[in-house]
Design a protein around this ligand. Structure first.
Ligand code: CA
Ligand code: CA
Length: 491
């Protein structure tokens, strides 16, 4: 895959900081030296329920309470809700899955068997082969749990399994044999899950979101593992006990940078993030720090997905990151929930036009334009001068088969043409028209997000978007087309 160079300008809008400003300086500091990146979209947005879906697995939490929690999560612009129940409690897990489905969301499974970490009174050391045997059994025993579009991480933070230290000692991550085995386990467990889903005839469950802590991601992950999963997923809490928004935002960007330095051009998924993990904070401190961190992240175009850890929780359940609290038996949002929701709405499925690759054109100039009123500080323009001129962009990645609401943001002007969009699965494949023709003429400059409507994709992957000039408004003096971004919102 060709990864186009993405040149940041230093306008604050170039860093996606149009709404909040105080994270921008830090985004700028880090973006100057940012490595080459492709047009990476945030393919999933999720909220983790671990403090309830795992920590309450041996209790008798009611379906009613689960539904109340899931309803709060589902209202925050998520595609997925993360369920963390150990594999030994399928009936409790089923309650969560039922609720997630009832709210129209996909499930992000982030869990493993009890014995991998000797949870819930289990003892002994589970080996990687034993884990994979249990993995195969768990999937085959629960065929109704899984649907296309779900994310299934077979073993989140695999480095925390007791096996590695038990077998190789506390310095195992410096042992090349152990590191090779750890990497082979990540690959084989995804392969095992894929094979089990295939045996059940279930397609489209994504087993490539494989979380690790940031250090292993930047230091012991092998090229073969990254090649297999096409992304790097990190669970990340870089703030320590800081309560300063700018310090925390800078720490977050710096940590992501350690991963992109090692794996340039590879999407970085956030398997877990949340504030504050290290110290109890007030609602307002949590909100201001998360606002700064998410604003800074919005300036990056390497983020492939985000799972917020955790939604429902408390100060006494491990960490203090919860954005939903329980008062007198009723769950409700803390203020940071709205901030997270706003970030999710802004970034989900969004690709800057200026970051896309031009795969083909009619020979007319296609150039990156700078405009501080456009998202990311600019867009892409084709200097078309006749009917049938066209530009075909690629790098637009569809995360899973299904139907999406497609938005195309444009800059209208008195020199613009009328276009028809067509999409194909490959450069030379069959192009199907989507949406009506769109007239980009405007007597004065205007910035508009056009809702193209629903588009169904039968397969995931990189698609080709062709914009063809089909005419011009009688009042227009030209045929050019200017694009700001493309956004694919999962239905
Ligand atoms: Ca031409
Ligand atoms: Ca743009």
């Amino acid at each position: 895959m060709n990864i186009p160079l993405f040149q940041y300008s230093l306008a604050p809008q170039a860093l996606g900081c149009s709404r909040w400003s105080f994270g921008c300086l830090f985004a700028a500091l880090l973006a100057i030296s940012a490595p080459a990146r492709g047009a990476v979209a945030v393919a999933y947005t999720s909220i983790d329920t671990m403090k309830e879906s795992r920590d309450q697995e041996t209790s008798s939490m009611s379906q009613t309470e689960i539904d109340q929690i899931v309803a709060l999560c589902a209202a925050l612009n998520v595609t997925h809700i993360t369920v963390d129940t150990h594999w030994e409690y399928p009936s409790f897990m089923q309650k969560w899955i039922n609720s997630v489905r009832a709210h129209g969301k996909k499930v992000y499974f982030q869990t493993h068997p009890n014995q991998w970490g000797d949870s819930n009174g289990t003892t002994g050391i589970m080996t990687p082969p034993a884990h994979n045997t249990a993995l195969n059994s768990f999937i085959l025993a629960n065929p109704t749990f899984f649907q296309s579009g779900d994310i299934f991480d077979p073993c989140p933070e695999p480095e925390n399994g007791l096996y590695w230290k038990s077998t190789y000692g506390s310095g195992w991550s410096g042992n090349s044999t152990a590191v090779a085995e750890w990497n082979a386990f990540i690959r084989s467990s995804s392969d095992t899950a894929d094979a089990a889903f295939a045996q059940l005839g279930i397609t489209g469950v994504d087993t490539t979101v494989r979380s690790t802590s940031p250090w292993p991601a930047a230091n012991i992950l092998e090229q073969a593992t990254v090649n297999r999963n096409h992304r790097v997923t990190i669970d990340t809490y870089p703030e320590g006990t800081s309560t300063d928004p700018t310090t925390c935002a800078n720490a977050r960007l710096a940590e992501i940078q350690t991963v992109t330095n090692k794996w340039p051009g590879i999407p970085v998924c956030i398997g877990e993030m949340g504030y504050s993990n290290g110290v109890a904070v007030s609602d307002s401190v949590q909100n201001s720090v998360l606002q700064a961190e998410l604003t800074a992240m919005e300036g990056l175009d390497c983020i492939g997905g985000v799972n917020y850890w955790v939604g429902p929780g408390s100060d006494t359940a491990g960490g203090h990151t919860f954005i939903m609290k329980k008062t007198n038996g009723v769950w409700s949002d803390r203020p940071a929930a709205a901030t997270l929701s706003s970030y999710y709405a802004d970034v989900l499925g969004l690709m800057e036009a200026e970051s896309l690759t031009v795969a083909a054109s009619s020979g007319d100039t296609v150039r990156v334009m700078t405009d501080s009123n456009m998202r990311g500080g600019g867009g892409s323009i084709i200097d078309a001068d006749a009917v049938n001129d066209y530009v075909t962009y690629t790098g637009i990645n569809v995360p899973w088969a299904g139907t999406y609401d497609l938005r195309v943001a444009v800059k209208k002007l008195n020199t613009r043409g009328i276009f028809q969009l067509a999409i194909a699965p490959s450069l030379t494949g069959t192009y199907n028209n989507h949406g009506a023709t769109q007239d980009l003429y405007s007597s004065t400059t205007s910035y508009t997000e056009i809702d193209i409507g629903n588009v169904s994709f039968s397969s995931p992957g990189i698609k080709y978007f062709r914009f063809t000039v089909v005419g011009k408004n009688a009042s227009s003096s030209g045929y050019s087309l200017a694009f700001d971004y493309v956004q694919l919102l999962p239905n």
